[in-house]
Structure formats: C-alpha cells, structure tokens
Ligand binder design. Structure first.
Ligand code: ARG
Length: 660
C-alpha cells in the first residue's frame, strides 16, 4: 500500500471544487521531515491561498473540513500548524493493520501492482563486444537490471534488451589484427585473450597515429593560443589598482587552471606516443603501418558490405566473445530477455534511410544524408559520404523494430551521459519519423572515478577491466569473512561457504556502491568505502539482515510459525512506531524509484530502515521483552525488517547472507 498515494487521493477529493487545477497542489502532500510535525504533511494551503486570494489558515481549515481521513489519521481532523501546514499523523491501529497485512503477504509484503501496467523496453548493459568489459559497463548493467526488476515486480510488462555493439569498428580492429598480427598458437589456446590482445595492439597503433597526426598538433596549438591569451593579462597586472587588479587576478587564475588542464592532456598524449616509440617492436609496427586507422575502417566497411572472409571471421569471433561476456553476467546475476545487437539490424539500415528520404525527413548535405532537427544546431547524420551507416541509423532501426515487435509505452536507454546529444537527436528524429506516442527516455549516468577524482583508468591509461574489479572486491570480502569467522569461539564457516559468501558480499558491494549514488553524479570507486561495515553499503545491509537472523536462531524462533499466528502487530514504544512507519513506506519508495528511474531512493530507504532497526533494537529488548505478547510483536517487526531488506536488496540484484 502506497500511503502517500492514498493520502493524495483523499486530498484530491477534498480539493475538488475548491480549486481549478488541484494536481500541482497534491504534490505538496509529502512525508514530513520532522516527526514532531506528524508522519506526513500537506503544504498546499499557502500557495492555494495566494491563488484564491484568501488567508492560508482559512484555506487550510476549509481543506481539513472537507478532508476525509478519519479512518487512517489521528486526530481524525488533522491539526493546522503555523501559517497553514496540515500535519497528518497515522493512527497506530491503522499502522498495525498495515504491518499485519505486510507480514501475511509472503511474496509481496503488501505491495500492490500498478493500477495501469505499461510495457517497458529497457536497453541496458549493451557493451561493445570484442574488447573486454570495463568499469564503465558496471553502471549501465546494474542500474538497468535494478529498474528491470522493480518495474517487473510492480506488474509492468518489462522487456530487457541488451543492444550489443557487435558490428562496429571494433570488429574491423580485430579483423585487421587477425590478418596481420595473429599468434596462431595463442589463438588456439585462448581465443578471447588473443583477440583482446589484438584489439589492444591495433587500437594502440591507431591511437598513436591519430595522436601524432592530429591530437598532438591540435593540443599544442591550443596551448600556444592559451599562453597568448594570458600574456596581456600578466602585463596588465602591474599598472592596475585594487578592484580592477582583483578582477584581472581572478581571470589570470582561471586561465592558468585551463592551461594546467591542457598541459595535463598534453602529458597524457605524449605518454601515449612514448609508449609506442620507446618500445622497439611497437615502434617498428607503427612505422610499417602508417595508415592503420584507414585500414581498420576499410576492414569494417568490407564486413558491412558482406565480404566473405571478413564475415566468416566475424562468425568465428562472436561466439567466444559472447561467452566471455556471459561469464561476467553470470557472476553479476544478470540476464536479458533479448540480446539483439547492432548486427541484428544491419540489413534494415538502407530501408530506414530510404524511408526517411521518401518522407522528406532526410536530405543530402555535403554528400552525407542528414536529418535536420528543429531547434538543434547539428543535424543527425544517418549515412556517410562513403555510404556507411552510423550508430544513429542503427538506433532508428532499433526503435522501429521494438515498436513493431513489443508495442512499448516506454523505451528506457540506460547509457552514459556522454551520449546525451546522441539521444536528444535520436528521440527528436524518431518523433519526426512518427513515433510520437512512445516515451523515449535517456536514463543517463555519470562517470566512475578513481581515488584521484579522475575517470578510473589503469596506470597505462586503459579503462579498468570489469573482471579484475569483481575479483578484487571478492578477494577483499573473503578477508573480511575470514576475519569475522576467526573472532568466533569456534569458526563456523567451511572454506567453500567463506568463498560463496565472499562472492555475494564482494559483488553486492560493487553493485550497491554504484546504485546508492544519484545516477547522474560521478562517484569515486573505493574498495574501502564500498566494503565498510558501517554506512550506506551492501555489507552493512547484509550484516543487518544476518543480525536479525541471529536473533531468531539465538531464541530458537520458528519465525514462519510465529507469522501465521494471526494477531495484530501492536505499536507501543516510540521506537517500534518509528520502525513500523518506515516499514510501511517501502511501497512508496518503489514508486519513487520508478518515477524518475533512480535506484538510489531505494538504497537510501534501506539505509534509513536499518537505522530505525538499530534504534529499535537498542531500545526494545526482544527476547527479554516484558511479556510474551510483546516479544511476539517484536519478533514480527524483526521479521518484516529482514524480509524488506531481502526483497529490497533483491531488487538491486544483491543477495542476502544468513551469516557473515
Ligand atoms: N554499445 C554502446 C556503447 O558501448 C551503447 C549502446 C546503448 N544503446 C543504444 N541503443 N544506443 O557505447
């Protein structure tokens, strides 16, 4: 039961006839920030009074007079505070009832399905295959997976589709590598590793030439320009008096900071160049293949044009690459309803462009075919001068396919914020193309940073590989599990249990750390933080769950049996009430997550629930409760905490552990 929703319905009835457009006022019915002002609060009287030109308290009184909440609130006529706040406090009896309903509902904890279920297609993970999955992929994979699980639980038809990058330049890259640099023996023994080596080698050579040809000279020119801009500032400083001097100094500092950034980029590019030039073999290869960038594009183009040999190579490479990715998905516990990669759409691209042209939506511009979009400077290119199709063309074909096949109400794209412009253009083009009625949403996310606050990279500047991250987190978790177990009088975990629990804690830590940040912000990847036993971490939540289990096993409690003893969960102590109130807010939290696709609302909720539980456990003895009825009550509250954590972590794709 979503209480907020219920209260807003009651307010809707009360406001009906009082004001013309009640909707925006209903949004001002909210959980209250301070328990002294009730459990919920309505702050709509003040702005309504403005609109109606009356006094806020008068309006508040009129609302309260019409408001029918006697069945769920105490007092039945809510109090009006200050200038016109309406404070709503839930009846203890009503709260007990809700808790009982939750307790009896084995699978759903009293959470209803959506009134009007929708069809969602969720596009997430979508890595480019043929190169190892890296740290950036964790975000799309776990955010998408959490949204998938929650939307499905809420009764929506939910379709996950992993839009693999299995047709792009990265294949041209390994095809070129295969043709020129293959180590046959290594390929026979471990094909994926050898393909990765080829990818990295060819990519490094391509980047080297790019850096020499364009990257380096462009940066040098920008640095020179920046220095030139700074010269007059420096010489002007001498002759200036106070206020002007301050301003110029500030400008100077800003310019210096920009210069420092450019110089850092320069150092990085010089490193990249040196990495090849200081290495005799690489240097020789770079010299032998000065046009490697173009050659990679040519191999890609040949693949796209149906070249026999390249196609057979593609068919040979894809299965082992997919297998490697699947290994990671298995460890993460993630699976998809569909995996329709870019290659699936390749023979639909020409007709997409034809159709756009036929409808007058695409036009030639400097040899390329473009869709011009209202209010946007840059057009979206759908076919290049040389005939090649683009990422955007595939995405248009994908929308058409999804609409035809799944008839979605909404398509979610869980993709890095750096692709924002692409999605803005794509959505605008799709709407022009006739897909006006579906919701197209870019669920964008920020960057994973290293401890230095810069995008998380290895020392050599490569993206950090995901597999290694999972290994390291699991290894750290293993140490924690062993240490915990060793402090027991008699250690209770076998080696295989320790390993299994370590994997659950390690993977859980990585997922939770990601999901607990507002998805649009960047965050710093830190094993210490994510595995901390205190704070908003998976380990803390898992610990809390294990602790409740400990209560049951210590008291020899058969909690399933206790649950079926149908008496109400009474609310006596304030800590019991605070915990009970938090528990019944689970439904509200899930609706909040899906309202703007932010799983961090759920982690924040779980963390706060764990806090309420700790306070409760401190204040309200369970086994030593004053009487049997109170003990029974408290056990049921503990049970609800455990089940809420289990279900909540489950939505985030995280396992609970019985002990740790
Ligand atoms: N493969 C792309 C990348 O790694 C992400 C694809 C996202 N989905 C989409 N429909 N464009 O950047």
């Amino acid at each position: 039961m979503n209480i907020l929703h219920l209260l807003r319905q009651r307010f809707a009835a009360a406001l009906d006839g009082l004001i013309d457009q009640p909707q925006s006022y209903l949004d001002l019915v909210l959980p209250s920030q301070d328990p002294r002002f009730g459990d919920y609060q309505a702050n709509c009287a003040m702005p309504m009074a403005k609109e109606l030109k009356k006094s806020p308290r008068e309006i508040a009184a009129a609302i309260v007079h019409r408001l029918d909440v006697a069945d769920l609130c105490d007092p039945p006529q809510p109090e009006i505070a200050g200038p016109g706040f309406i404070n709503l406090r839930l009846k203890d009896g009503w709260l007990s009832n809700q808790l009982m309903k939750m307790s009896h509902d084995r699978d759903r904890l009293g959470i209803a399905s959506a009134d009007s279920p929708k069809t969602y297609v969720i596009d997430y993970s979508s890595p480019n295959v043929a190169k190892p999955m890296h740290v950036g992929h964790i975000r799309s994979t776990v955010i998408g997976d959490a949204l998938y699980r929650i939307l499905r639980f809420l009764g929506h038809r939910t379709i996950s589709d992993n839009h693999l990058g299995d047709w792009g330049t990265q294949f041209g890259t390994i095809i070129f590598g295969y043709k020129h640099f293959l180590d046959v023996e290594a390929y026979r023994e471990a094909p994926v590793e050898e393909l990765c080596r080829l990818y990295k080698l060819v990519h490094q050579l391509v980047e080297y030439h790019d850096a020499k040809k364009t990257g380096l000279p462009e940066l040098e020119a920008r640095i020179a320009e920046q220095r030139r801009e700074m010269e007059p500032l420096a010489s002007a400083l001498d002759g200036l008096e106070k206020p002007e001097r301050k301003k110029t100094q500030k400008k100077m500092r800003q310019a210096e900071a920009r210069l420092a950034e450019l110089e850092e980029d320069l150092a990085a590019i010089q490193d990249r160049i040196a990495g090849v030039e200081n290495h005799p073999t690489l240097r020789a290869l770079a010299e032998s293949y000065p046009d490697i960038g173009q050659q990679v594009l040519d191999e890609t183009a040949a693949l796209h044009a149906g070249d026999k040999f390249n196609t057979s190579l593609w068919n040979e490479f894809l299965p082992p690459c997919l297998e490697a990715i699947d290994g990671i998905y298995q460890r993460l516990g993630v699976s998809f309803n569909h995996t329709l990669g870019e290659s699936f759409y390749h023979d639909r691209l020409a007709s997409v462009v034809e159709d756009l042209k036929a409808r007058g939506l695409a036009t030639e511009s400097e040899g390329a075919t473009c869709v011009f979009l209202d209010g946007m400077d840059a057009p979206m290119i759908v076919q290049k001068k040389d005939g090649a199709f683009l990422y955007a063309t595939t995405d248009l074909a994908t929308i058409a396919y999804r609409v035809e096949t799944f008839q979605p109400d909404v398509i979610l794209y869980v993709v890095d914020h750096r692709q924002s412009l692409h999605f803005e253009q794509l959505f605008a083009a799709a709407r022009k193309w006739g897909h006006e009625s579906i919701g197209l949403v870019h669920v964008r996310f920020g960057t994973v940073l290293g401890e230095d606050g810069k995008p998380y990279k290895t020392r050599s500047g490569d993206a950090v590989e995901l597999e290694g991250l999972l290994d390291r987190a699991t290894e750290r978790a293993y140490q924690i599990v062993c240490e915990n177990d060793a402090t027991r009088q008699i250690p209770i975990l076998s080696e295989s249990e320790r390993r299994r629990i370590a994997e659950q804690i390690g993977i859980g830590a990585i997922k939770y750390a990601d999901l607990s940040h507002n998805r649009e912000s960047d965050y710093i990847f830190s094993y210490d933080k994510m595995l901390a036993m205190n704070g908003n971490t998976a380990a803390y939540m898992q610990y809390c769950y294990a602790r409740v289990n400990g209560i049951f096993s210590k008291g020899d409690v058969d909690i399933d049996a206790s649950r079926s003893r149908g008496d109400a969960i009474q609310i006596g102590h304030p800590a019991e009430r605070a915990l009970g109130l938090e528990l019944v807010r689970f439904a509200e939290t899930l609706d909040r997550v899906v309202a703007d696709y932010r799983p961090n609302h759920l982690t924040a909720y779980l963390f706060s629930l764990a806090g309420r539980f700790a306070e409760f456990y401190e204040a309200c003895p369970v086994h030593n409760a004053p009487d049997d009825a109170t003990r029974h009550n408290r056990l049921l509250l503990c049970d609800l905490v455990a089940r809420t954590i289990q279900l909540g972590l489950g939505f985030l794709g995280i396992d609970v552990v019985e002990r740790m």
